[in-house]
Design a protein around this ligand. Structure first.
Ligand code: MN
Length: 237
């Protein structure tokens, strides 16, 4: 099997190296990832300046750094590395649940692969400030790659890990309204800084991605690329 591995935290993220290492057990791995942290850039692509990529040493892995977004990295990686069986994105340091999916570069990298005709999985994990360790996630990642690399399967799957996983749950994306609060602060130069702090206004619904991770399940959400509201389309027609 051949894999393209990317992420949005950047090529130096321990999550990327961990995922590429696990994929190496299944076959050949090529990494195309951003030189910088591109978290929350969503599905942005670079069209205002030229892109390039450079080979770089990364623990014996076949890795290339790109001066672009996660979606750029996957498009470039698929173009220059040839046919792959599966595209993997992550492991993102931080979850990508519910409304995070709109903003996530991790999910966008996987989406980009599907748009170009390749199946893809996005991996993200809750980080709780403790020393990073992928030991508890590794057996699940192996199982998920095994399940989603053969036979009939969803083309795009968003995976999220709780800190202490106790099983796998197939889930739907949680859609909740947020409070939209901004937090202001002042830096030492007296400049006013504004930060988004989105807190959901309700509890997640049962069997949603947020609910699963809250209940210590590994959440697997099959995502579609079609955002059409079919119910309303029928009504309006
Ligand atoms: Mn990230």
């Amino acid at each position: 099997m051949r894999f393209l591995v990317s992420n949005d935290d950047g090529i130096f993220s321990p999550g990327l190296v961990a995922l590429a290492g696990i994929a190496s057990q299944f076959g050949e791995v090529v990494i195309f990832a951003s030189e910088n942290d591109n978290s929350a850039v969503g599905h942005a692509i670079t069209i205002q300046r030229p892109l390039n990529y450079h080979r770089m040493p990364l623990g014996g892995l076949n890795a290339y750094r790109v001066n672009g977004t996660p979606a750029d990295c996957v498009a470039m990686g698929l173009y220059f590395s040839g046919k792959v069986d599966l595209v993997l994105s992550g492991i993102n340091l931080g979850s990508n649940l519910g409304n995070d999916i709109w903003h996530s570069g991790t999910v966008a990298a996987a989406k980009q692969a599907v748009l170009l005709g390749f199946p893809a999985i996005a991996f993200s994990m809750v980080t709780n400030g403790e020393t990073l360790n992928f030991e508890k996630q590794t057996p699940y990642i192996i199982e998920i790659i095994r399940t989603l690399s053969t036979g009939e399967r969803p083309r795009l799957v968003n995976v999220n890990f709780p800190p202490e996983p106790r099983g796998i749950l197939w889930t739907h994306q949680s859609i909740r309204a947020y409070n939209g609060i901004v937090i202001e602060s002042q830096d030492p130069m007296g400049t006013r800084n504004i930060w988004f702090s989105a807190v959901p206004l309700s509890a997640p619904d049962e069997n949603s991605d947020c609910w699963a991770v809250d209940h210590s399940f590994v959440s697997l959400t099959p995502l579609s690329l079609n955002r059409t509201d079919v119910t309303w389309l029928k009504k309006m027609r």
